[in-house]
Design a binder for this molecule. Sequence first.
Ligand code: ZN
Length: 95
Amino acid sequence: MSTATITGSAIDGSPCVECKNLANHVALSDKPKQPMPGDKTLCLGCGSLNILDDKLMFRAPTVDEFLDVAKDPNAQRIRRQILRLNALAGKEKRA
Ligand SMILES: [Zn+2]
């Protein structure tokens, strides 16, 4: 059983590359971890993939990064859950 850990980070206020929602510094992890350049995250606003750049701000993924996540069943399951929750909340989101 994993234990959720809430951590703050330098990504506060970084906008999603697609929907421009702002990061709110909250992340859940099974162990303490500071965000690192190259880390991947899915936007809770639209489900889009964002990558942390060298300044820990979001950037668009490269084709290879996008394909890596597209092949990851866990990432796709999480993305489907984000889109489902947004649909249930009545938000119009991109697929
Ligand atoms: Zn977004």
